[in-house]
Design a protein around this ligand. Sequence first.
Ligand SMILES: NC(=O)c1ccc[n+]([C@@H]2O[C@H](COP(=O)([O-])OP(=O)(O)OC[C@H]3O[C@@H](n4cnc5c(N)ncnc54)[C@H](O)[C@@H]3O)[C@@H](O)[C@H]2O)c1
Ligand SMILES: O=C(O)C(=O)C[C@@H](O)[C@H](O)[C@H](O)COP(=O)(O)O
Ligand SMILES: [Zn+2]
Length: 359
Amino acid sequence: MSEITVGLGDRSYNIFIRPGCLNSLCDGLKKFNFSRRLLLVSNPTVYGLYGGALFKSLVGAGFEVVVGEVPDGEEHKSLFQAERLYDLAFSRELDRRSPVLALGGGVIGDLAGFVAATYLRGVPFVQIPTTLLAQVDSSVGGKVAVNHPAGKNIIGAFYQPVAVFTDLNTLLTLDPREIRSGLAEVIKYGVIADDGFFTWLEDNIERVLGLEAGAMEYVVEKSCRIKALVVQSDETEQGLRAILNFGHTIGHAVEALTEYKTYRHGEAVSLGMALAAELAANIGMLEQSTAERIEKLLVRAGLPVKLPLNMDRERIIDLLRRDKKVISGALTFVLPTGIGRVEIVRDVSGKDIAGALKG
Ligand SMILES: NC(=O)c1ccc[n+]([C@@H]2O[C@H](COP(=O)([O-])OP(=O)(O)OC[C@H]3O[C@@H](n4cnc5c(N)ncnc54)[C@H](O)[C@@H]3O)[C@@H](O)[C@H]2O)c1
Ligand SMILES: O=C(O)C(=O)C[C@@H](O)[C@H](O)[C@H](O)COP(=O)(O)O
Ligand SMILES: [Zn+2]
């Protein structure tokens, strides 16, 4: 069992990483002064796999469980679904000490977290991530959000959970495509912060794709440690935290352009990372051979690195202008300068971006 603390003063919390920890989650909840009634947010896929057992153990521990089921899919990370959850919470008289538990992937975590942050101006929030992507990234750090027709995650807050319970066994029921999608965020950590981890991934990618237990535990723990360090030093993205956005500037634009239907989040981030590396190489910030090394690992992880030829580049550049990192019209990119090193570059020119998108 690994236990990682995200140190944020009186909002510090622990990430518990262990195969099977879903079964003992109620013990972990005891120390919090929660109300008896809680809101468990999930979707039919995940609830069908893990909800019944969790429901039973929560009831056994004395909780009254209100289940808020949200349809499966990124398009349901919406204000409409948040409102449905508020209605449910009000109708069942959930109070300020009633926790919201998010059982699912990043969609459920981001949406439930947004509801927890805003219902009664904030109630306790517990993350129970069940995808690789959620375990290595979205359950940690407190970015909660819903999408809006104007862009991805653009209505949201920074709102930390009180605890994260990561059961590695849930990865065993995940579609291999979702494992690959989560791996994009894992590779991201290597590029932005840890060359040793990147090299380890190069040497062990097959073990990870094969879900070998020791490799998965290492990947999840290492990723959470890197993210925790970044979040601890810049919780609300005033500066350094933007490095976690490597690959997301183009990635989010591609997701929005394709209406969240074509690419999983990690796949879009993979495209974005490969193109950002190419952009960095084109403008002389990165060795061409290092850009190729990044691309090669993404390909070995089964991730896309090239934009389809028929995708409208002009529209991508239009969508980039809605990125949250844009200040006074200046497009900001996180660009690698080596493995384990990135720079936040303001005012990248449209011409340089178009050059990278061309290939
Ligand atoms: N808040 C953050 O810091 C942060 C970080 C990264 C990504 N995100 C967000 O996370 C979302 C993507 O999350 P995701 O990749 O987990 O997608 P997801 O939540 O849509 O889950 C992917 C699919 O896996 C299914 N699933 C989940 N757990 C399962 C399990 N154990 N077994 C079988 N099926 C399971 C889900 O039902 C879904 O169909 C995006 O909205 C992205 O913007 C947020
Ligand atoms: O935690 C962060 O900070 C991240 O940027 C993590 C990203 O992987 C994640 O996709 C995040 O939601 C993107 O943030 P956004 O602010 O661009 O929506
Ligand atoms: Zn992401």
